[in-house]
Design a binder for this molecule. Structure first.
Ligand code: NTF
Length: 794
C-alpha cells in the first residue's frame, strides 16, 4: 500500500484550513477550525480504515452487516480524537491558534439519525465492532432531516425540522460510483418456472460512507448510508415548456425517500413512505453485500459462511423475501435452497414487546409496493406451515403481513436485549414460534461503549480510574473491578466524590449560562432522560415530586435532602398524552421552583431538545438515575447502564436490564421498588386497581387532586383533566399502584444521600461493578453465539 508520512496534527490542521477550506487563520470562523481539525483527524482514521479493509480481503474473513433504520451517532469529532488518543495533541494544536478545544468540538451538529435506544445502540455497536476488530458494515439511510428539534412554548413541546446537513459535515465520503436502482410497484410476470418482477417506479440509492474507528485506531469499519436520487433527475421537456415545478419533480420525489426520519419509536403508523424507506435501505444493502461477496467468493452457497446480516428490529425484515427473490428469481436457485441460504445468513433482534410497535402491513399496500415480495411471503408462510403442522399462527393473518413472525421464520437466531426481555419473548409474542424452534431465541444483553460514555464524556472520572488501575479498562471494562479495594480508602473516596462534585458544578454553570437556570451543585441531582412514554412513567416521577413538595411545605424545617430533578426527552409529535406530561412537568416546575418555602429543597427543570450531546453532559453529573418503567415494558434500557457506570445509583423497577444491573452492583447499591412483571400482569386484572391505590395513599390522592384542580395550570384549570382521568381510571401502566413504593424508595434515597461517604461508596461501587455493561461484551456475544465471526486483531 502507498505509504504517506503523517504530519503533526498542528500542521495537518493548518494545511486543511488553507488548502481544503481556503482560509488563513486570521479569517477562519469557528466552523472552519472545526472542519480543519475534523479533516486532520479523519486523515488518520482513513489510514486505519484502509488497513482494516485490506486485512479483511486478505484473510477472506466472514463479514458482519448491521442493517438498521437508525444510527443515532451524535457528534463524531470527539469520538475520533479520543479513539486515536489525540486529546492532548489536539488541545495543544488548537491553543497554538488561540482556539478553545471544547468550543471547537461543540460546533459540530449532532447527527440525530435515530429516535432513541434502538438507534443509539446501533451507534455503540458500530464503535465496539471496530474496537474489537470485527469486519463489519453498518447500513442505514442518510436522512436529510434527523429527529426534530424540540423547544417549549408556554411549556408545550414544539417541533422544528432538524438540519444537521445545514452546516458542513466532515465525516462522509460520497460514493457516486456506488448506486443501485431500487424498484417499487409494477407487475410480476410468471412463465412456468421463471418469475420476473417488473417494477413500475424506480429510484436510485447512492452510497455515503463514514469510517468508524475503534479504540487506539487498531481497526475501522464503515457506516454506509443510502441517499435517494432520481434516475432522470431533470425533465428537460417540461423545463423547455416553462413548467419549472414539473421539471424538478422527479428529483424532489426521489429525494423524499431519504428526506426525514420517522419520529415514532414505539408506535407503528403503517405509512407507505415508511415501507418504501425500509425496502430502499434493505434492497440497496443486499445488492451491495452480494456484489462484494460475488467479487470475493462467487459461490452463493457459501453465503452463510462469509456473510452475517443482522436485522435491527423488524424494520429491515423485508430482507428475508428480498434475498430469496434475488437467489431464486434472479440467480435461479431452487426456492428451498434460496430459503436455506437466506436463513443461514439472517438473524433478527427484537427491541420491544409493545404490541403497538410490532410492525404489520396491510396486504393491499404491501402488494401494491412489493407485489413479488407478497407472493414470496405467502410461499414462505406456506412452507413453514407444511413443515410445522401443529402451527396455528400465520404471518399472513387478517389481511396483514406480520413482520415479527416473518423475521422469526427467516432468521437462524432471534435475540432479545436483556435476560428478562428474552424470557418474555418466549412466553408472549413469540411463544408459538419458540415452541416450534426452541433453539432459535437467544439473549444478548445490551451494552454501551465506554469510550464515549466514560472516557470522553467524563474525563475527570476516567482520569481517576486510570490513575488508580491503569488504562486497561478502556477496552476491557471488567477491569473496573480492580477499583473495589480503593473504595475502602477514605482518601480515594474523597477524590471520587470531588470528581462527581466538579461534574455537577460544570453542569450547573452550563445550565445557568444556557437556560438561566440557577441550581445548587450541593443538591442531589436526580435525572430522568429518555423518550417520553407512558410506560417509562415520567408522570410517576413528577407526581411523586408534587407529593414531596406538599410534604416539605407542611413541615419545612424537617431537614429535607435538597434535590434537583432534571428531565429531558422528546415526545412523538402525535403522542398527545406524552406531550401533556411534558407540559405538566414544565407547569409544575414553574410553581414549585417559585415557592420560597420549598425551593431550597426541591427544584425541577425540563431541559429542551434532548440528544446525544446533552446526555453526554448530564450523565457524568448525575447522583441518581431514574429507571422507573412498568415492569415488563422496557426491553433493556441503555441509559440505565451509562448512569451506573458514571456513578449514579438507580432508583428503579425490576425491568429490562435494571435486573442485571442490580445483580451486578449489588441490591444494597440499588433502590428497588415496584411490582414485578408477573405482578403487573396480575394487577391489571384487579378491578379498580388505580382507585384502590389512590384510596390507600393520601399523598397520591392529594397530588392528583392538585393537578386536577389546576394548581399548576391556573389559567386553564382543567388542562390535565384527561391525564388524571386516565390515571384514576384505566391506568394501564400502573402509576398509581406503584406510587407508594416509589415514594418509599425515594425517601430511602434521601436518607442515604445525607450520608456523604456512604453515598460516595455506593456510587463508586456502581462504577466498579458496571464493567459487564460494555457494548464490547455484547458484540463479542453476538460474534460467538449468532454471527460466528472472528476478530481480525492480532
Ligand atoms: C428500545 N426499543 C427499547 O425500548 C429499549 O429498552 C432498548 O434498550 C433499546 O431498544 C435498545 O435495545 C426501541 O427503541 C424500539 F424502537 F424498538 F421501540
Amino acid at each position: 500500500m502507498l505509504q504517506l508520512s503523517t504530519p503533526s496534527l498542528r500542521d495537518a490542521i493548518l494545511r486543511h484550513l488553507t488548502y481544503s477550506f481556503g482560509k488563513d487563520p486570521e479569517h477562519a470562523i469557528l466552523e472552519d477550525w472545526r472542519m480543519a481539525l475534523s479533516y486532520a483527524v479523519r486523515d488518520r482514521i482513513v489510514d486505519a480504515w484502509f488497513k482494516a479493509t485490506e486485512k479483511t480481503y486478505e484473510t477472506g474473513a466472514k463479514r458482519v452487516y448491521y442493517l438498521s433504520m437508525e444510527f443515532l451517532i451524535g457528534r463524531l469529532l470527539e469520538d475520533g480524537i479520543v479513539n486515536l488518543e489525540l486529546v492532548e495533541e489536539a488541545k495543544a494544536a488548537l491553543s497554538e491558534f488561540d482556539k478553545d478545544y471544547h468550543e471547537v468540538l461543540s460546533d459540530e451538529p449532532d447527527a440525530a439519525l435515530g429516535n432513541g435506544g434502538l438507534g443509539r445502540l446501533a451507534a455503540c455497536f458500530l464503535e465496539s465492532l471496530s474496537t474489537v476488530g470485527c469486519p463489519a458494515h453498518g447500513y442505514g439511510i442518510r436522512y436529510e432531516h434527523g429527529l426534530f428539534r424540540q423547544s417549549f412554548v408556554d411549556g408545550r413541546q414544539v417541533e422544528q425540522p432538524e438540519t444537521w446537513l445545514g452546516q458542513r459535515h466532515a465525516w462522509e465520503f460520497e460514493r457516486p460510483e456506488v448506486r443501485y436502482r431500487i424498484g417499487f410497484g409494477g407487475h410480476v410476470d410468471m412463465r412456468g418456472e421463471t418469475v420476473r418482477w417488473y417494477p413500475g417506479e424506480e429510484v436510485e440509492a447512492e452510497a455515503f460512507d463514514t469510517p468508524v474507528v475503534g479504540f487506539r485506531g487498531r481497526w475501522a469499519n464503515t457506516l454506509r448510508l443510502w441517499s435517494g436520487r432520481a434516475i432522470h433527475p431533470f425533465d428537460l421537456d417540461a423545463f423547455n415548456h416553462g413548467d419549472y415545478a414539473r421539471a424538478a419533480a422527479p428529483e424532489a420525489l426521489a429525494r423524499t425517500i431519504s428526506r426525514v426520519l420517522y419520529p415514532d419509536d414505539t408506535t407503528e403508523q403503517g405509512k407507505e413512505l415508511r415501507l418504501k424507506q425500509e425496502y430502499f435501505l434493505t434492497a440497496a444493502a443486499l445488492r451491495d453485500i452480494l456484489r462484494r461477496f460475488n467479487n470475493q467468493f462467487g459461490d452463493l452457497r457459501k453465503l452463510p459462511d462469509k456473510v452475517a446480516i443482522q436485522l435491527n428490529d423488524t424494520h429491515p425484515a423485508i430482507a428475508g423475501p428480498e434475498l430469496v427473490r434475488i437467489l431464486h428469481d434472479e440467480r435461479g436457485l431452487p426456492f428451498e435452497d434460496a430459503m436455506e441460504i437466506a436463513r443461514g445468513t439472517l438473524s433478527y433482534t427484537n427491541h420491544t414487546l409493545m404490541p403497538e410497535a410490532l410492525e404489520s402491513w396491510g396486504e393491499d399496500l404491501f402488494g401494491r409496493l412489493l407485489p413479488r415480495h407478497l407472493q414470496l411471503v405467502d410461499q414462505i408462510d406456506n412452507a413453514h406451515a407444511t413443515q410445522n403442522p401443529s402451527r396455528t399462527q400465520s404471518m399472513r393473518a387478517d389481511h396483514q403481513v406480520k413482520m415479527g413472525q416473518l423475521s422469526f421464520v427467516m432468521a437462524h437466531h432471534v435475540n432479545g436485549v436483556s435476560a428478562l426481555h428474552t424470557d418474555l419473548m418466549k412466553t408472549t409474542v413469540f411463544s408459538e414460534l419458540h415452541r416450534l424452534h426452541p433453539d432459535r431465541i437467544v439473549n444478548e444483553t445490551n451494552g454501551v461503549t465506554p469510550r464515549r460514555w466514560l472516557l470522553a464524556c467524563n474525563p475527570a472520572l476516567a482520569g481517576l480510574i486510570t490513575d488508580s488501575i491503569g488504562d486497561g479498562w478502556i477496552d476491557d471494562l471488567e477491569q473496573l473491578q480492580k477499583l473495589e479495594p480503593f473504595i475502602e480508602d477514605s482518601g480515594w473516596i474523597d477524590r471520587y466524590w470531588n470528581v462527581k462534585k466538579s461534574n455537577k458544578i460544570e453542569l450547573s454553570n452550563w445550565m445557568g449560562q444556557t437556560y438561566g437556570l440557577h441550581t445548587d451543585p450541593e443538591m442531589l441531582f436526580d435525572i430522568q432522560i429518555k423518550r417520553m412514554h407512558e410506560y417509562k412513567r415520567q408522570h410517576l416521577n413528577i407526581i411523586e415530586a408534587i407529593a414531596h413538595w406538599q410534604e416539605i411545605r407542611e413541615n419545612p424545617d424537617a431537614g429535607w435532602t435538597p434535590r434537583l430533578k432534571l428531565f429531558a426527552g422528546k415526545a412523538a409529535p402525535g403522542y398527545f398524552f406524552a406531550k401533556d406530561i411534558i407540559r405538566l412537568i414544565n407547569d409544575a416546575a414553574v410553581v414549585i421552583n417559585n415557592d420560597p418555602v420549598t425551593n431550597k429543597y426541591l427544584k425541577i427543570a425540563f431541559l429542551p431538545n434532548y440528544n446525544v450531546s446533552l446526555a453526554e453532559r448530564l450523565v457524568p453529573a448525575a447522583d441518581l438515575s431514574e429507571q422507573i418503567s412498568t415492569a415488563g415494558k422496557e426491553a433493556s434500557g441503555t441509559g440505565n447502564m451509562k448512569f451506573a457506570l458514571n456513578g449514579a445509583p438507580t432508583v428503579g423497577t425490576l425491568d429490562g436490564a435494571n435486573v442485571e444491573i442490580r445483580d451486578h452492583v449489588g441490591p444494597e447499591n440499588f433502590f428497588l421498588f415496584g411490582m414485578t412483571a408477573e405482578e403487573v400482569m396480575e394487577r391489571r386484572t384487579v378491578e379498580n386497581h388505580a382507585r384502590r391505590a389512590i384510596d390507600a395513599d393520601p399523598r397520591l390522592a392529594s397530588a392528583l387532586k392538585l393537578i386536577r384542580e389546576g394548581r399548576f395550570s391556573p389559567s386553564e384549570p382543567d388542562r390535565y383533566a384527561g391525564v388524571v382521568d386516565n390515571l384514576e381510571g384505566p391506568d394501564f401502566f400502573l402509576v398509581c399502584s406503584d406510587f407508594t413504593d416509589y415514594w418509599r424508595a425515594q425517601r430511602e434515597v434521601d436518607t442515604a444521600f445525607a450520608d456523604r461517604t456512604g453515598w460516595a461508596r455506593m456510587a463508586a461501587l456502581n462504577t466498579a461493578r458496571s464493567g459487564w455493561f460494555s457494548s464490547d461484551r455484547t458484540i463479542r456475544g453476538y460474534m460467538a453465539d449468532i454471527w460466528k465471526a472472528q476478530s481480525l486483531l492480532p
